[in-house]
Design a protein around this ligand. Structure first.
Ligand code: KG4
Ligand code: ZN
Length: 364
């Protein structure tokens, strides 16, 4: 029997300011509060996240968001066992705001501070909602990340493949920006794609014919931008372009997931689980293709509820709580320095230093 732990988690690595209180015990996970304040409106005029605006907006509301998370949990600070905050990777200004907020609360209350890798939060996020025992294969596909991770256990992650340039969500956002249909763009592209003909435009599927699990979306982005530049597109053509583009991304993700799952399943016995997380997991076309891929291996596809696919603090609090219970916390969390880059699998990042490029590569 292991002691229950209650952790306040803070997330500020991109464009959501979030705070949450999670209790972890032998009975499971209890989310006592889960506050997310998005900055979509602040960044919408620029068609993308502007780091300086993000950092300032986090600083403006961090205290308020933490106070609201405490209030809705019905707990006093004295009833919290530890403070966990995303301490990288991400847009460093925002990361610093959340981490310093967490450290200040930890110092003032004399509680441990647990620095959390944002990617570990995503990797553990399926465990917030359901019984999702280790090991499992994770496809993390969001605006900042696109990678396959074998989640073997707490703190034991093996990166199997990653985008060598842009993340899938970033590719969706870019097309939406080019077509002027909104930010963030994934949902807008999906909406238009519903009425489109996915075979109208012959778009590239980068790296698909090459072996391995790496992904690339930069060439696809450029090919679509050329089409938009070259001809005046009517509504039908715009819908067809969205559908063709979504199909290209879906094909790349599905085929690489198939390969990843094949290798993952071959290495072990017992039930195989595939988890998809990140904002792109909201896409129904992608989700149903991944479901087919999983079924072909007799595996189950687990997609956390959208609220916990996208950036949130419950996953950070859970990572903190799991680390507290396992005794996997640094001796002096307060001494931890924020990291703009912080690969989950440092060994693989060292042997493949080309990874991490792209506009938002700091997160990828
Ligand atoms: O996980 P998330 O909220 O933030 C990051 O950590 O980046 O993911 C946001 C990304 C955006 O790029 C957005 O365009 C994409 O997820 N997204 C979608 C959909 N909804 C959000 N992409 C495709 N289809 C969607 N329905
Ligand atoms: Zn994220």
């Amino acid at each position: 029997m292991n002691k229950a732990v209650t952790v306040l988690g803070i997330e500020t690595s991109c464009d959501e300011t979030a705070a949450s209180i999670v209790r972890l015990s032998d009975e499971g996970v209890e989310i006592l509060s889960d506050v997310i304040r998005t900055q979509v409106e602040e960044h919408a005029p620029y068609g993308g996240v502007v780091p300086e605006i993000a950092a300032r907006a986090h600083a403006d509301v961090a205290d308020e968001v933490v106070a609201l998370a405490l209030k809705t949990s019905g707990l006093a600070l004295s009833e919290i066992d530890a403070i966990a905050a995303t301490s990288g990777p991400g847009l460093i200004g925002g990361v610093m705001v959340g981490m310093m907020t967490g450290k200040a609360i930890a110092m003032a209350s004399g509680k441990p501070f647990v620095p959390i890798n944002h990617l570990e939060g995503h990797a553990l996020s399926p465990r917030l909602a359901e019984d999702c025992p280790f090991p499992y294969l994770l496809l993390l596909a969001s605006g900042g990340h696109c990678q396959f991770i074998a989640v073997e256990g707490l703190g034991r992650y093996k990166r199997l493949g990653t985008t060598i340039d842009d993340a899938a969500g970033e590719a969706f956002d870019k097309l939406a920006k080019t077509l002027g249909i909104g930010f963030p763009g994934g949902a807008a592209v999906e909406r238009l794609a519903k009425a489109g003909d996915a075979t109208r435009f012959d778009l590239p599927r980068p790296l698909l014919s090459r072996p391995g699990l790496d992904l690339s979306f930069a060439g696809l982005k450029t090919a679509a931008a050329r089409i938009v530049e070259a001809e005046e597109l009517d509504d039908k053509a715009r819908a067809d372009l969205c559908a063709s583009y979504q199909a290209a991304i879906t094909d790349c993700l599905a085929e690489k997931t198939r390969r990843a799952l094949k290798g993952f399943a071959a290495d072990r016995t017992g039930a195989v689980r595939l988890v998809v997380a990140g904002g792109v997991a909201a896409n129904q076309t992608i989700r149903s293709r991944l479901d087919e891929v999983a079924r072909a291996f007799g595996a189950r596809l687990i997609a956390p509820p959208l609220r916990h696919c996208t950036d949130n603090a419950a996953m950070i609090a859970l990572a903190g709580a799991e680390r507290m219970r396992a005794g996997l916390t640094p001796e002096d969390g307060l001494a931890f320095a924020a990291r703009p880059r912080w690969p989950l699998d440092e060994a693989s990042a060292r042997t493949n230093p080309i990874y991490g490029g792209g506009k938002r590569g700091a997160k990828a």
